[in-house]
Design a protein around this ligand. Sequence first.
Ligand code: SF4
Length: 374
Amino acid sequence: MSFAPLLDNLPLQKSRLLQRFEELVSPKTDAELEVMARKSRVLTLQNFGRTMRLFAPLYLSNECINNCRYCGFSRDNPILRVTLSIDQVIAEGRYLASEGFRQSLLVAGGHPEFVSQTYLADCVRALAPEFSSISIEVGPMETPEYVPIVEAGAEGLVVYQETYDREIYTQMHTSGPKRDFNWRLDCPVRGYDAGFRRIGIGALFGLAPWEQEAIGLAAHVEYLLRRCWQAQITVSLPRLRPAAREFKPVFSMSDRELAQLICAFRIAFPQVGIVLSTRERAALRDALISLGVTMMSAGSHTEPGGYTGQGVNEVHRTVRGRIQAPEFHNGEDILATGQFEISDERTPTEIADVLRRRGLEPVWKDWDPALLSS
Ligand code: SF4
């Protein structure tokens, strides 16, 4: 059964767990929030120990056939674009591996011509020697299209619904296949059926009232825990950041509300991973790390080639699917445009030091072959 009817029925029917979650995201006094924070810390410690997994996204391409009002990669944005070659992807991957990362998240805009299943499978295969775990965050596909990517060695699939409000979703996604709400909603299950065993979902906070968004996301988590029971489920709670076209969040979500949301997820779903990205500023990330977060990005770049300058000679604009050379080339390095602005610009080493000072062990990989073979 698809998640869509359950989502549509949420105003009328919620499980006990979702009713509990709804109560957790309702307005709280400072004292009540402190109680939630304490419980959240204890549950995180019990389920994940004193560890924090670190990862960095590796952007493969910023080509896209969709127009999403909040995203710099939108098709009609006149940005500088590039799709890295396999050799360039390897160079970026080796850089990240030299920084210590052993988990990689390959990210690309939605463009089946530039970012085909074959290209993705080749990227995964090429990076496999460098990373113990590879996930992808790309335009949704059908189950058979995912299979070669899984066979190439990818084990994780990340797909954010962006918003669980159908009406707002339609307003935000003005053209392209992403307009199909239900097709995106069922993508995690299609990926699971293809063999992905790490499934990451999330909502982009700022498009709809945060409490309403959170309940939709929690319902999706509850559904996936049952339907995709062999997979590890993670949730991301990104807040909108400025991107090309300067889209502003429609609804605000304060730092306090973000902290409450992290606690609510941890209390309701003790074993689900919670991801915190470099969209948030350094001081806030430091404050949130002990609350319930289990995975952080570090030292991130959101432009293809951003770590090592790969692809600078192929940067172009794409107009109606055709590549056009940029009208400038004055000898400077020109990088493709990033997806959104990063707020925490500290290096992975700096972030690892902060974690250690707070009694947490930074973990650069998700599993250790030595442990598994013992
Ligand atoms: S959010 Fe994704 S699909 Fe939408 S424009 Fe950006 S990259 Fe493309």
